[in-house]
Design a protein around this ligand. Structure first.
Ligand code: SF4
Length: 394
């Protein structure tokens, strides 16, 4: 089954580390919601850009591969939309797609947006999973990152969501801040675990080009955490979360039993997805396309005919067999279940086994039931292993 992704590229202010596209022009939100629903029409039944996942297309006789099983509102900050806009979006989607197979509907939220009113709205809506950017429980680091919330607001947001019946909450954490100690990181992990979220994602602080943080690094105002400490922080994360009952199911993702992110798992398993909105990406197994990363440009171009299997703004890429193989290496290998050799052609399987030999011998890769996966020691050098396994055309 497929996934539906809606990109909501609005943020009340920008965090210093963020490399994602978003705008602080919140006055465009109403037009944007209308445009996204228009794109959904175009991409499915009403336009010429048929994505194989729509309600009316085959008179209600869609096959399993033609239905959405997950919906994801990502950003940006989807929770920055007011409840009237969220209502329009949710109702607009329900009117347009077959909802019978949708099992998971996630919305990314910033903790400061979770007011009693919004939590109550979420509780009434079909959204059944919340992904919240906590990042750290140190108010000093939150201020430094230019996050708009405090650690107390994260706790209050979780409590409000629980009160309104949300039983699937994911929390994002970051580690490796300049001058952060291992003890401080352990305090963050403990604070997150104390809230008992069903899911935790944790990433080391990245210095993305064109961000204020990157400029600070270039100007020598901050120093990256050293590799050894970063590795210890990651090891501590894995150990502490496992001790607390979380399953380590992807390099950066942990969950309580059966609470994997179904939507994100589909990206790692080459499942089709339709992305709507500025900067959103889509994939249907044969092709990948992505929309222009500019809200005003998107609002202007949405009035033109939306081309089939092509981004608004014209960007796309055909997926040949080499691209598909390399996608599998860089996504499926991140998961604890790894790569199924059956998903590869004979030639790809042969190439993969040849390239894996050294890593299988030194114990950084292992093979179980026809699946090649990273071992615990392999996770720490996953980038190096992946670059050995991918296929580079001469
Ligand atoms: S709120 Fe999220 S998307 Fe917006 S700037 Fe901060 S990290 Fe980026």
């Amino acid at each position: 089954m497929a996934g539906l992704y809606l990109h909501i590229p609005f943020c009340a202010s920008r965090c210093i580390y963020c490399g994602f596209y978003s705008t602080t022009g919140l006055n465009l939100q109403e037009d944007y919601v209308r445009a996204v629903l228009q794109e959904l029409d175009y991409r499915t039944d009403k336009g010429n850009g048929l994505f194989p996942c729509s309600r009316q297309r085959s008179g209600g006789t869609l096959t399993e591969n033609e239905r959405f099983s997950t919906i994801y509102f990502g950003g940006g900050t989807p929770s920055s939309l007011g409840t009237p806009q969220l209502d329009s979006l949710v109702n607009g989607i329900r009117e347009r797609i077959d909802m019978s197979c949708v099992e998971e509907w996630t919305m990314e939220c910033n903790p400061d947006d979770i007011t009693p009113e919004l939590a109550e709205w979420i509780g009434r809506s079909p959204i059944n999973r919340i992904s919240m950017g906590a990042q750290t429980f140190s108010d000093e680091r939150l201020r430094w990152l230019c996050r708009r919330h405090t650690s107390r607001q994260v706790e209050e947001a979780v409590s409000l969501l629980r009160k309104n019946g949300i039983d699937n909450i994911s929390i994002d954490l970051m580690f490796g801040f300049p001058s952060e100690t291992l003890e401080e990181w352990e305090e963050d992990i403990d604070a997150a675990v104390a809230l008992r979220p069903e899911h935790i994602s944790a990433y080391s602080l990245m210095y993305e080009e064109d961000t204020p943080l990157f400029r600070m690094l270039e100007q020598g105002k901050v120093t990256e955490v050293d590799e050894e400490l970063s590795r210890k922080m990651y090891e501590t994360l894995v150990r502490r979360l496992k001790e607390s009952g979380y399953i380590h199911y992807e390099i950066s993702n942990f969950c309580l039993p059966s609470r994997q992110s179904r939507h994100n798992s589909s990206y790692w398993n080459q499942v089709s997805y339709l992305g709507l909105g500025a900067a959103a990406h889509s994939y249907n197994g044969r092709r990948r396309w992505w929309n222009v990363s500019d809200v005003k440009g998107y609002l202007r171009l949405i009035h033109d005919e939306v081309p089939a299997e092509n981004g608004i703004g014209g960007e796309c890429e055909d997926i040949d067999s080499t691209t598909r193989y390399n996608d599998i290496i860089t996504t499926a290998l991140r998961t604890s279940s790894g790569i199924s050799l059956n998903s590869l052609t004979d030639g790809q399987r042969e190439y993969l086994l040849l390239q894996s030999e050294r890593h299988l011998k030194n114990g950084t890769l292992a093979m179980d039931d026809g699946r090649l996966h990273l071992t615990e020691s392999g996770i720490f050098i996953s980038d190096d292993i992946m670059s050995d396994l991918i296929f580079i055309e001469e």
